[in-house]
Write a protein that binds this ligand. Structure first.
Ligand SMILES: Cc1cc2nc3c(=O)[nH]c(=O)nc-3n(C[C@H](O)[C@H](O)[C@H](O)COP(=O)(O)OP(=O)(O)OC[C@H]3O[C@@H](n4cnc5c(N)ncnc54)[C@H](O)[C@@H]3O)c2cc1C
Ligand code: FES
Length: 331
């Protein structure tokens, strides 16, 4: 049997059980969401004992060196024990400064952290409510801007998105953890074509990345495809059109599955992206964000079209998963 110690108590783990599942099963509160190593909300720190390297996959080297790990990815070998602590020391207190409706079901949430957050446009943070509820959101803002900006889709029955829409008010105290992720613009090869594509709130990181690249003097063509089911699902349309009017190399391509017209293309985002790709996309870089199926499918198509995987940066917005897997909570 493997064991994990929190404060002064040892908790036994079932065979193959993760530290996160074992602790939650025994009533220990640990922030969590995806349970799949993608959101980093379940971060903990090893205090004594060995942290398995697989539990640190995707973490920054500085965090690995300080024994931080993802509790949902941490399975301990039989007969071993690990003493752990929470990741409170990585959190920055923040205050919600505004919640605005961008579409019928997308909110713009503005936040002011109490200490500077060192991030790159397009990375994501974990937002923690006072009771420990944790969800990850991509940053649409630029580091030079005073407020952090999130675009949050209101998920039917969603705990965090519902709270933000109905209850959270300016002045509300929250905490932030992060940033994380490698979906950001890296200066260099400034003439290379950039492809940015996402649906729904997948626009959040792309909006940050596009503005960051342009501000850093990117001169190559920059295509931003934002897709929605119908025109009401698009947002920041005028802002992005104005950005395109100011930068001849920025091509904003809003698109919908039905009801196109008035500068909005109709068709699947994948089909529209294909129309701009050359036979051999040498030197192209791609940024893909938003719902999991869309991101994975486009990533595969770009790879088959000749993109190197190292040139495709993707953040799939993995939803929260209840104990026991995606269907367990769907009663
Ligand atoms: C790296 C990362 C970045 C993210 N960035 C953003 C972002 O910028 N904007 C944004 O709106 N969201 C983003 N998300 C998703 C976000 O973290 C939450 O999962 C989302 O807001 C729903 O949380 P909730 O508490 O409102 O709903 P929950 O209470 O977690 O969910 C309610 C129910 O709906 C299901 N569900 C939730 N989302 C979906 C979905 N997309 N498809 C199918 N079922 C779903 C859940 O499994 C659950 O059964 C990101 C996720 C990750 C991992
Ligand atoms: S990374 Fe562990 S819950 Fe998301």
């Amino acid at each position: 049997m493997a064991r994990v110690k929190v404060e002064s108590t040892w908790y036994p783990l079932e065979p193959e059980e993760s530290v996160l599942d074992g602790l939650l099963r025994q009533g220990v509160a640990v922030p969590h969401s995806c349970r799949a190593g993608a959101c980093q909300s379940c971060m903990m720190r090893g205090v004594a004992g060995n942290v398995p390297p697989t539990a640190q996959s995707g973490l920054k080297d500085t965090l690995k060196a300080r024994s931080y790990f993802l509790a949902c990815m941490c399975k301990l070998p039989e007969g071993t024990g690990l003493e752990v602590a929470g990741a409170q020391d990585l959190r920055v207190p923040a205050r919600i400064t505004a919640v605005e409706q961008l579409t019928a079901d997308v909110l713009r949430v503005s936040l002011e952290p109490e200490a500077p957050l060192d991030y790159r446009a397009g990375q994501y943070i974990t937002l923690l409510r006072a009771d420990g509820l944790a969800r990850s959101y991509s940053l649409a803002s630029l580091p030079r801007e005073k407020h952090l900006e999130l675009h949050v889709r209101q998920v039917p029955g969603g705990t965090m998105s519902g709270w933000l829409a109905r209850e959270a008010r300016p002045g509300e105290q929250v905490a932030l953890q992060g940033p994380a992720g490698d979906c950001f613009y890296v200066p260099g090869a400034s003439e290379a074509p950039l492809l940015l594509a996402g649906t729904g709130t997948g626009l959040a990181p792309l909006y940050g990345i596009a503005r960051d690249a342009l501000e850093q003097g990117h001169t190559g063509p920059l295509f931003l495809f934002h897709g929605a089911r119908e025109p009401g699902g698009l947002y920041l349309v005028e802002t992005l059109r104005e950005l395109a009017a100011r930068h001849a190399n920025f091509h904003y391509r809003p698109n919908v599955l039905c009801g196109g017209g008035d500068g909005v293309e109709e068709g699947s985002i994948e089909a529209l992206v294909r129309t701009i790709l050359p036979k051999r996309p040498l030197g192209w870089r791609a940024y893909l964000c938003g719902n999991v199926e869309g991101v994975l499918s486009l990533r595969k198509k770009l790879f088959l079209a000749g993109f190197s995987l190292k040139d495709i940066h993707a953040d799939a917005f993995l939803p929260s998963t209840p104990p026991g897997g995606p269907l367990a909570g769907a009663a």
